[in-house]
Design a protein around this ligand. Structure first.
Ligand SMILES: [Zn+2]
Length: 273
């Protein structure tokens, strides 16, 4: 059984600077049995960090329209059955289960706020400037503020396939992104800048391990990396090899669309013009 004290003491070894913001991704179950559950893990993080954000994405708001931009890794018109299950985005709707119970616990914490995006929101405490940076057009803009503030990524029992900051590195490197649509009370909202697939992000480990601080806590591995050097390194990796970090599933539509955009850039330019 992992206790609050174990978690606070473990996290202290990472020597996070409490003045610097942190974006965390967590899997509670990776720790084994935690006494007190998600509140205990979240409380332990907040003993070490003042300003914390976590993703609270809501994929259940997404719709597939009848038509849209080309090369968008989407079968238009295929959502006629699926769209009926889409939910209206609400500020207080729970985070998708994929985000993990710790994110949802942060969202519900007294004093926590959530950013504006109907699919790619973040929740946070003491993080107004980070959350307010998000727009429909630039869903990953909070990472630019986190970077300016010399923030860090904290991975608690999850690997880099959950590390959302890598999508911001893709954005900085000019990698193709996608358009998706969300159901809101104000109508269907077009959401550009939707990221590609993250299944291949485990490949960053070779580059990021030397920049990471890592400890074992309970059954989980917890690591932290400063955003500034991480982004600089990954943007270089992606500029040198525009096919880096893609997954190898031949049926993955988004990775395939990125490959096509790299192999036939002229065609993509014409489509945009
Ligand atoms: Zn993929």
């Amino acid at each position: 059984m992992v206790s609050y004290r174990d978690l606070v003491t473990g996290l202290r070894q990472l020597r996070l600077n409490p003045q610097r913001p942190v974006i965390a991704h967590a899997s509670l179950s990776a720790f084994g049995d935690v006494r007190g559950g998600p509140d205990t893990l979240l409380g332990a993080i907040l003993m070490n960090v003042d300003s914390l954000v976590m993703p609270t994405h809501t994929y259940s708001t997404m719709l597939i329209p009848e038509s849209g931009p080309e090369h968008n890794a989407l079968q238009y018109g295929s959502g006629r059955d699926y769209n009926g299950n889409a939910e209206f985005y609400k500020y207080d709707m729970p985070a998708d289960r994929l985000m993990g119970i710790v994110s949802e616990t942060l969202r519900r914490r007294p004093g926590a706020r959530r950013s504006m995006h109907p699919i790619l929101s973040l929740a946070g405490v003491n993080a107004a400037s980070i959350l307010d940076a998000q727009t429909l057009e630039e869903p990953f803009a909070p990472f630019s503020v986190l970077e300016e503030m010399d923030g860090s990524v904290l991975l608690l029992g999850v690997d880099h396939t959950k590390n959302t900051a890598i999508h911001y590195a893709e954005r900085l490197a000019g990698r193709k992104s996608f358009t998706r649509w969300a159901l809101t009370r104000a109508g269907v909202r077009e959401c550009p800048g939707f990221p590609g697939c993250s299944d291949g992000f485990w490949q960053v480990k070779q580059y990021l391990d030397p920049l990471s601080q890592q400890i074992a806590m309970g059954d989980a591995v917890v690591s932290t990396i400063r955003l500034q050097p991480m982004l600089e390194l990954l943007v270089n990796v992606l500029r040198k090899d525009p096919l880096a970090l893609l997954c190898d599933n031949p049926d993955c539509e988004r990775c395939e669309a990125v490959r096509r955009s790299v192999n036939a850039p002229a065609e993509t330019d014409i489509a945009i013009a």
